[in-house]
Design a protein around this ligand. Structure first.
Ligand code: ADP
Ligand code: GN1
Ligand code: MG
Length: 367
């Protein structure tokens, strides 16, 4: 993307101040993210994103979800004396009042305010950080517990295992890149757990586990912390959907507790750190105890296995599919990710009894 293109796109939005630079930011697997810097010290900077239109098929509807959810959050934050511009994302409209801009090539762009003096961590290095992250997601869900407007389902079947197995079975049947044979062992990991995962999912399908407004991508780098280490703002709201809040807890556990990297080639480094599990659970329940139903509470520990398993499936499925979904940095990147996430899943399975015990003990504080 040339600088000229980026400046032309930036000029379509209602920005305060004069644009001095547009720089790439971060390493997201899905969107392309940039910072728009403005010249004067008293004008804000912005985040510009080219949204992935192959994944998000209705980007205006996605932006509408984000605008409505952030408006609700801002009301709640203001009511308790917080700073709505630092504690919730602020979407910036285009000059003609749209929430996103569609360029001549059909690409969609969106802008939000850059929140200064914040840190996005790639790893939860300490229990304190994990506690804060858990509190942040718990608070996010608690503030949205009374959000009653319908949200567009912009990613049908996102954490839905029945849907994932439909995709999986189709991908394996087609075997588009001719790779299925070489990953027979990895395919076996998925198949061995199919029934158990579908049993859990059927509780969501039958309504035993309720549906709420959830984030659905609660990796630690999707939360901004302030310089003192307190959780400030939940970001990357593209995946906000009506779903089970267990997705958010489970996905956070998948990302926070990993002692290695998501794509660690050295499997020795990968395991679940139970101290981080405990700290996140404490932080999460300090807020979520106000709304969780018994069925949700009972499945918190399992949701960590569920989402980690789903991620193994998604990385492996993308590898078999010829790497069409996730951005990759090497030809076997999705396979490396698959193996690293599987190692994490095994570590969770080995520590499952302890995970359940910790959740139960933390819940008893609020009984
Ligand atoms: P992606 O979909 O590529 O993961 P994100 O929306 O998570 O994109 O943004 C990528 C990174 O950019 C974040 O991890 C964070 O470091 C930074 N970032 C995003 N939005 C903001 C913001 N409003 N203020 C400050 N930093 C931000
Ligand atoms: C993607 O956008 P990003 O990088 O935060 C993905 C998540 C995966 C994650 C794995 C829309 O998240 O579901 O868990 O990568 N987002 C989408 O790191 O598929
Ligand atoms: Mg992100």
């Amino acid at each position: 993307m040339t600088n000229r293109v980026l400046h032309t796109v930036a000029a379509r939005f209602q920005l305060a101040g004069e644009v001095s630079a547009v720089r790439p930011l971060g390493e997201g697997f899905i969107n392309d993210t940039f910072v728009i810097e403005t010249a004067a010290a008293d004008t804000p900077n912005y985040i510009l994103q080219r949204k992935n239109r192959h994944i998000f098929t209705d980007i205006p509807a996605m932006m509408d979800n984000i605008a409505r959810v952030t408006a609700h959050l801002k009301e709640k934050i203001a009511a308790r004396g917080g700073d709505p511009r630092r504690e919730a994302l602020t979407v910036v409209p285009t000059a003609d009042g749209q929430l996103c801009h569609r360029d001549e090539e059909g690409e969609y762009w969106a802008v939000c305010e850059f929140i200064p003096d914040t840190i996005a961590y790639q790893q939860a290095d300490t229990p304190e950080l994990a506690f804060q992250g858990g509190k942040g997601i718990g608070r996010f869900q608690a503030m949205l517990a009374d959000f009653r407007e319908p949200l567009a389902d912009i990613l049908p079947g996102f954490h839905n295992m029945r849907y994932r197995f439909r995709q999986w079975d189709e991908t394996l049947a087609k075997d588009p890149a001719g790779r299925a044979k070489e990953v027979a062992e990895e395919i076996g990991w998925i198949e061995a757990r199919r029934d158990e995962m579908l049993r859990f999912w059927s509780l969501v399908e039958t309504g035993v586990i309720p549906t709420r407004v959830t984030h659905n991508d609660t990796k630690i780098n999707n939360i901004l912390f302030d310089r003192a280490g307190n959780v400030l703002c939940v970001i990357d709201l593209d995946t906000v959907l009506s779903a089970t809040c267990l997705n958010d807890y489970g996905d956070a556990m998948r990302s926070y507790t990993n002692t290695g990297q998501e794509d660690d080639p050295n499997l020795e480094k990968v395991s679940m750190d139970i101290r981080i599990f405990k700290a996140y659970t404490e932080g999460y329940l300090s807020e979520a105890h106000t709304f969780l139903t018994p069925a949700e509470a009972e499945h918190l520990a399992f949701s960590a296995r569920y989402i980690t398993y789903e991620q193994v499936l998604r990385f492996l499925m993308d590898y078999i599919d010829g790497d069409r979904y996730y951005k990759i940095k090497s030809p076997d990147h999705n396979l490396v990710r698959t193996r690293a996430q599987y190692r994490l899943l095994q570590s969770m399975e080995a520590q499952y009894g302890e995970m359940q015990r910790i959740v139960k003990e933390e819940l008893e504080r609020y009984a």
